[in-house]
Design a protein around this ligand. Structure first.
Ligand code: ATP
Length: 240
C-alpha cells in the first residue's frame, strides 16, 4: 500500500532522514520507535507532505506522493494526528469533527453522509458524544486525543498516521484508545503508522516495527520478535 524508498529529508542543514526505506501493507499496524530526535515525526511529516523529502520516492496505492501538497494527500487517503493533539481549543467537539471533513464539504459531499460519519465517531468514542457541545480546550488529555483521532477519521483515511497517541495519558485511557485503533483495522481495514516513544505499548499493539536511530532505520521486523530482541530490550524497554 505504501512504499518509501531511500528518502532523505532535511531541515535546513539538519539531515533528519537518511536513506529511509519502509513499506506498509494494507490493514497493518506498523510502529516507528526510537529515541527523541531519531526522526519519527519527520517520517510522518514527510508522508503527509508537510516536509517533502529532498530525494527518494514515496508511493501510496500506486501513486507518487512526492511534490504533492498536504491537502491533496489528505484527499488521496492519508490523515495525520499530530503530536500534542492540536485540537481547535476554542471550538466545540462537534465543530472540530466537522472541520475534519472540511475537504469533503468542499467537494460538496452530502451533509447527511458527513453527519452519519460523525455518528460513527461517537460510536467509537462515546465520551465525545457526551461532550459534543463542550469546548475542546476543556476536555481532558485523553478526550482531546480521542477528538484528534476522530477529526482525522472524518477525512475517511485509508492510512492513519498517529504521532505519540499515548503521550501524557494514563494507562487505562491508552488502552481505550488503542482498542479503537485495533477496531478500525478489523472493521474498516484502516492501515496505521504509529509513532511511539513508549516502545513497549507500541510493540504489543503493532504487527511490525521499524527502529530509528539518528535518522536511519537500524532494525525492522515482526513486533513480537523485536519485543524479545535483547538490543531493543536494553535500549527501548528498560530491561537489562
Ligand atoms: P521526538 O520523539 O522527540 O518527537 P522524533 O524521533 O519524532 O523525536 P523528529 O521530530 O523527527 O524526531 O526530529 C528529527 C531531527 O530533526 C531532530 O534532530 C530535530 O532536532 C530535527 N528537527 C525537527 N524539526 C525541525 C525543524 N522544524 N527545524 C530544524 N530541525 C528540526
Amino acid at each position: 500500500m505504501l512504499k518509501v524508498v531511500n528518502i532523505n529529508t532535511y531541515y535546513g542543514k539538519v539531515h533528519a532522514l537518511k536513506n529511509v526505506s519502509l513499506h506498509l501493507n494494507r490493514g497493518e499496524i506498523i510502529a516507528l520507535i526510537g529515541a527523541n530526535g531519531a526522526g519519527k515525526t519527520t517520517i510522518l511529516n514527510t508522508l503527509s507532505g508537510v516536509t517533502p523529502p529532498e530525494s527518494g520516492t514515496l508511493q501510496f496505492m500506486g501513486q507518487q506522493l512526492t511534490g504533492i501538497a498536504p491537502d491533496r494527500i489528505v484527499k488521496i487517503g492519508i490523515s495525520q494526528v499530530p503530536e500534542g493533539r492540536q485540537v481547535f481549543k476554542g471550538l466545540s467537539v462537534e465543530d472540530n469533527l466537522q472541520l475534519g471533513a472540511y475537504l469533503r464539504f468542499r467537494n460538496r459531499e452530502s451533509k447527511d453522509v458527513i453527519k452519519q460519519d460523525i455518528g460513527h465517531i461517537y460510536d467509537l468514542f462515546p465520551r465525545l458524544e457526551e461532550r459534543r457541545k463542550q469546548m475542546a480546550g476543556t476536555l481532558s488529555g485523553g478526550e482531546q486525543q480521542m477528538l484528534a483521532i476522530g477529526r482525522a477519521l472524518m477525512a475517511k483515511p485509508k492510512l492513519l498516521l498517529l504521532d505519540e497517541p499515548s503521550m501524557g495519558l494514563a494507562p487505562l485511557v491508552v488502552q481505550e484508545i488503542f482498542a479503537v485503533i485495533e477496531r478500525l483495522r478489523t472493521d474498516e481495514g484502516t492501515t496505521v503508522l504509529l509513532v511511539e516513544q513508549n516502545a513497549k505499548v507500541a510493540l504489543k499493539m503493532a504487527d511490525r516495527a521499524y527502529v530509528l536511530e539518528t535518522g536511519r532505520v537500524i532494525l525492522e521486523g515482526a513486533a513480537a520478535e523485536l519485543l524479545e530482541n535483547k538490543d531493543v530490550q536494553r535500549a527501548y524497554l528498560g530491561k537489562e
